[in-house]
Design a protein around this ligand. Structure first.
Ligand code: CMP
Ligand code: MG
Length: 406
């Protein structure tokens, strides 16, 4: 992906690259110095000199345009090469607003360079002219994101967010074992906004903490009502999804305990679902947080299991109660016999580690039967029930709806 670090040496007077070339890397000067120049009306104009710990050649990498200037070693140089791949990956992960700002700054800078060439426009200027379609796209994406973040800020206070509850049933007895709480946002103009869109915006803007705090309080308040229904029992749980950002936040434990204490529910009836990839981002720190959560009595489950490259040595040490096999294996179960083999192996692994194995995304009777045969402990999916408003979930806890399978 990003590869190892490469160094290059250039002798005094050597041209490192020429204006107008396509760039494949940027450079950090470790020793020596370089001169950055351009040609104006046939003669050389020195734009800058750069020395140790300074970077050059970054522009062509950031906006994929030809080199804006020529760079020459003014003394022997040792340069650290930052490959396009190493930088591109980071640029791709940038928040769209920052990406747009970066693009605008570079465009303005290029514009001022072009004005230096006003008398003699070189072919490079034409090539490096801003692509208006791309610019419009970048602007739209950025404005969209800013609007989304602003309206998400008011959504929590304005009660536009709502939790829906998707049922989980036991594998052996088909008994209702719990609900996964899923956030829904009824935007006054946009209508229902998919969590896939607003969770990403919330994570990037830091609003995710507010959102999870709201989700935890709402889930606990719902649990308090569900506790009073006839089908509630000791091991019944409501699960709430927690992101990698939150796990690394020291205040997270306080937010969860506060939600439980304020509503007076038993932490054991609250499951925190954490994705496998989130756990693996910082496995040692995560292990500590999970141990604290477990000692406070919470139930823990690894979500999207099978997609996050879990280290088995960590899996053995994680104090979790369940793994939730990723839906991608279930979707392909009927078509691809290898999915059956993978699920069988994951169920075996989970059971050997003393964990409950949950499967989600079940939509057909064939999938349901196969997963029962493979020994899944709990099942979730449209076949069993779609995510529903709290009132419907409460009704189901009083007189279970007759569905095909439970
Ligand atoms: P890039 O366009 O990839 O290649 C030439 C590099 O020279 C450019 O990235 C910048 O790093 C640098 N550069 C261009 N113009 C200037 C300037 N006016 N002052 C300092 N550095 C410059
Ligand atoms: Mg989940």
């Amino acid at each position: 992906m990003s590869g190892s670090i490469i160094r290059k040496r250039f002798s005094q007077g050597a041209e490192i690259f020429h204006e107008g070339e396509l760039g494949s890397c940027a450079y950090v000067i470790e020793s020596g110095s370089v001169e950055i120049s351009t040609r104006r009306g046939g003669s050389k104009v020195v734009l800058a000199q750069r020395g140790p710990n300074e970077i050059f050649g970054e522009m062509a990498i950031v906006d994929d345009k030809p080199r804006s200037a020529t760079v020459t070693a003014v003394e022997d140089c040792e340069l650290l090469v930052l490959s396009k791949a190493q930088l591109q990956q980071r640029i791709d992960n940038l928040d769209p607003v920052l990406k747009m700002v970066l693009g605008v700054i570079l465009d303005r800078f290029r514009e001022s360079l072009r004005s230096m060439h006003s008398e003699t426009r070189s072919p490079t200027d034409v090539i490096s002219a801003v692509d208006p379609q791309m610019q419009i796209k970048a602007y739209k994406a950025a404005i969209n994101r800013i609007e989304l973040e602003q309206s998400l800020r008011v959504a929590v206070e304005d009660h536009q967010l709502e939790l829906f509850f998707q049922p989980l049933v036991g594998g052996r007895d088909g008994r209702l074992r719990g609900f996964e709480a899923l956030s829904r946002w009824r935007h006054p103009e946009r209508g229902l906004v998919s969590p896939a869109i607003f969770i990403e915006a919330a994570e990037e803007s830091g609003l995710i903490f507010k959102l999870t705090e709201w989700a935890l309080h709402s889930a606990c308040a719902a649990l308090k009502r569900i506790e009073k229904t006839p089908l509630f029992y000791d091991d019944f749980t409501i699960s709430v999804n927690v992101s990698a950002h939150e796990l690394s936040e020291p205040a997270f434990i306080n937010i969860v305990t506060e939600a439980v204490q304020r509503t007076g529910v038993n932490p054991k009836n609250l499951t925190l679902e954490i994705t496998e990839s989130a756990l693996m981002k910082n496995p040692d720190a995560t292990l500590e947080v999970l141990e604290d959560l477990k000692s406070l009595g919470f139930s823990l489950s690894i979500d999207d299991f099978g997609t996050g490259y879990s280290s088995l040595s960590y899996l053995k040490r994680y104090p979790v109660h369940a793994i939730k096999i990723d839906r991608s294996f279930i979707v392909d179960l009927e078509r691809d016999p290898r999915c059956v083999d993978i699920i069988r192996a994951l169920v075996g692994l989970g059971h050997d580690l003393g964990l409950n194995v949950v499967c989600e995304g079940i939509e057909t009777r064939t999938q349901y039967d196969k997963l029962l045969e493979l020994g899944c402990d709990a099942l979730q999916g449209y076949l069993i029930g779609k995510p529903m408003p709290l009132d419907d979930a409460l009704a189901r806890m009083c007189a279970p709806a007759v569905c095909e399978v439970c």
